[in-house]
Design a binder for this molecule. Structure first.
Ligand SMILES: *[C@@H]1O[C@H](CO)[C@@H](O)[C@H](O)[C@H]1NC(C)=O
Ligand SMILES: *[C@@H]1O[C@H](CO)[C@@H](O)[C@H](O)[C@H]1NC(C)=O
Ligand SMILES: *[C@@H]1O[C@H](CO)[C@@H](O)[C@H](O)[C@H]1NC(C)=O
Ligand SMILES: *[C@@H]1O[C@H](CO)[C@@H](O)[C@H](O)[C@H]1NC(C)=O
Ligand SMILES: *[C@@H]1O[C@H](CO)[C@@H](O)[C@H](O)[C@H]1NC(C)=O
Ligand SMILES: [Zn+2]
Length: 511
């Protein structure tokens, strides 16, 4: 008999597939209505949706980027899963590849968020409790909690992906108001070999959206206009059914070519075919968009097979044998798009460089570096999902209407100090409340974001408890103007109900 955990996983697998599944083109020339004047829309702050590389760079001088992303909870199991694909690799400049983690807080182990970030990866927002078409408090609450409990600087949380890829025009507007740099929830759903391809390089919404025109009401035909805000399309793979056989997230879970079951050799074949179409064409990025829990071999009850893991590694091995192929995070991709240089000058791109913070390894400091922080973590023993953090346990689990609860201070200890605006994560000592950075090389300045209670700018720092429901300033996003919230509320409630149903089926809801 199958262990209960495997049975519990089955419906989740189905839903994760659903999350990233598209079955055909999500846009058409008629639904597009896009126009953009490249002589007015100029890098680095504006970029027209285009299938050609940015800045007029020739395709042969353009790096072939493979964007690696993961969604949902950051835990030992999910980081093990990502590491089995990336930890042993190097980019052409000899540096370790980085990736983007769209983090939801349910089941997340905050200290591992800190570690992953300090190791150079990008931490991005995927709502607190994993709801589609999210209201502002789900999006902003996640930013606040990631800053308070994982010590991620506010200006480093730049990207968002909607759970279930369910976003609306209002979602994009909320992101813009909260000063996000980009969204990456929209699909490129027509092959690059098709003249009507929607595989645009990342573009700004100065002239509205150009993807998902058939599936997201109120977008495209010039809407929504959000100057300087980027969309990084998610690029599909296509099996031998072409435009009728798109595979977006976790392609290894999908059946291909009209078959009824997933088949690793067939998946590898079409992933290579699509890669080659991009590589020999305009070099639009390729994306590996993963739900790592579904390829984790360490997760108890995992149904992943070693052959699927080996297949994904075989794809990356094969891709990396070709010249000018780079595995990157969205943040790195966007940095190059904003400041494009030919492959011969990639050494000058700061975000592609190796970066290891220089902290004395014998120092006892809770800073996101495993050797340094050993023995210094707080264990927050909540029954739903216990976690560890450097920044002191909150009295209650953070939630959208209370994203930064007061701190629970154990007898005989002091409150821990949250990351302030003028110190970067690996140099901040949350126990001593001091910054160990003393040179210009590690100097740091965070931004504030307009996501605090009643419209105040959030700056980080403090010890928690800034906006409990009992305090004089309960957390109300956007200056008490909740007029934007109801727009997203209905779908959020619906998806919430589905989420609750799935939650009741098993121990895990990490979609
Ligand atoms: C949470 O993090 C701690 C500290 O790194 C680690 O010991 C523990 O195994 C992690 N648990 C999970 C489920 O991620
Ligand atoms: C996430 O956690 C919250 C708080 O424990 C809970 O109310 C919610 O149902 C959870 N959502 C999912 C999708 O597990
Ligand atoms: C799996 O895919 C390969 C490659 O396309 C094919 O040769 C093989 O017959 C497929 N196996 C099954 C069981 O469908
Ligand atoms: C950061 O700011 C605090 C007060 O705002 C100040 O006391 C401290 O010296 C500053 N630290 C650094 C490293 O600049
Ligand atoms: C928040 O910061 C912005 C600049 O980013 C500033 O214009 C605005 O006045 C600040 N708002 C408050 C309430 O401090
Ligand atoms: Zn998700």
């Amino acid at each position: 008999m199958l262990p209960a955990a495997i049975l519990a996983l089955a419906p989740l697998l189905a839903l994760a597939q659903e999350e990233g599944t598209i079955t055909g083109p999500t846009t058409s020339p008629e639904s597009l209505g896009y126009s953009c004047d490249p002589s007015k829309c100029k890098l680095p702050t504006c970029n027209c949706a285009s299938t050609s590389p940015p800045g007029g760079i020739k395709p042969s001088d353009t790096p072939q980027f493979i964007v690696f992303t993961a969604d949902d909870a950051i835990q030992s199991y999910t980081l093990d899963a990502v590491n089995q694909f990336l930890a042993h690799r190097k980019n052409p400049n000899g540096c370790a590849p980085k990736m983007t983690y769209f983090t939801s807080l349910n089941f997340t182990n905050y200290t591992l968020v800190t570690d992953w970030f300090v190791a150079g990866n990008e931490i991005a927002d995927h709502t607190m409790t994993h709801v589609g078409t999210p209201p502002a408090d789900e999006i902003n609450g996640n930013l606040i909690a990631l800053n308070a409990l994982a010590g991620i600087p506010l200006n480093k949380i730049q990207g968002f992906r909607a759970p279930f890829l369910a976003y609306s025009a209002d979602t994009l507007k909320l992101l813009y108001q909260s000063q996000f740099t980009y969204d990456s929830s929209a699909a490129a759903s027509v092959p690059v070999t098709d003249p009507t391809t929607d595989a645009y390089w990342p573009y700004t919404l100065d002239n509205g959206m150009a993807n998902n025109c058939l599936s997201v009401p109120g977008t495209c035909k010039g809407e929504p206009k959000l100057p300087g805000f980027w969309e990084i399309p998610m690029y599909s793979f296509f099996d031998n059914k072409g435009a009728a056989g798109p595979h977006l997230m976790d392609p290894w879970l999908d059946a291909a070519n009209g078959a009824t079951k997933a088949n690793d050799s067939a998946t590898l074949e079409y992933m290579q075919k699509t890669f080659t179409d991009h590589y020999n064409g305009n070099r639009q990025p390729i994306g590996l968009y993963t739900h790592p829990i579904h390829v984790s071999l360490t997760y108890p009850g995992s149904t992943t097979t070693k052959s699927t893991v080996a297949m994904i590694n075989a794809f990356l091995d094969w891709a990396q044998e070709q010249p000018n192929v780079w595995i990157v995070s969205n943040e790195q991709l966007l940095d190059w798009v904003q400041h494009p240089v030919p492959v011969s000058q990639l050494d000058s791109v700061g975000s592609l460089k190796c970066s290891t913070p220089q902290v004395d390894s014998s120092m006892k400091i809770c800073n996101g570096m495993p050797g340094n922080e050993d023995g210094l973590l707080s264990h927050c023993a909540f029954s739903d999902f216990p976690f560890y953090t450097c920044y002191g346990c909150p009295e209650v689990q953070p939630s959208p209407n209370n994203p930064n609860p007061p701190q629970q201070v154990p007898d005989g200890q002091n409150s821990r100090f949250r990351l302030p605006q003028n110190c970067s994560t690996p140099f901040w000592d949350p126990i001593g409340g001091k910054c160990i950075c003393t040179s210009d090389k590690c100097a740091f300045a965070d931004n504030s974001r307009p996501i605090g209670p009643n419209g105040v700018n959030l700056t980080g720092g403090g010890i928690g408890g800034a906006f409990t429901s009992a305090s004089a300033t309960p957390y109300v996003p956007f200056n008490g103007d909740v007029s934007t919230a109801p727009l997203g509320l209905w779908p959020a409630l619906l998806v919430g109900a589905v989420g609750a149903l799935i939650g009741s089926m098993g121990v895990l809801t990490r979609l």
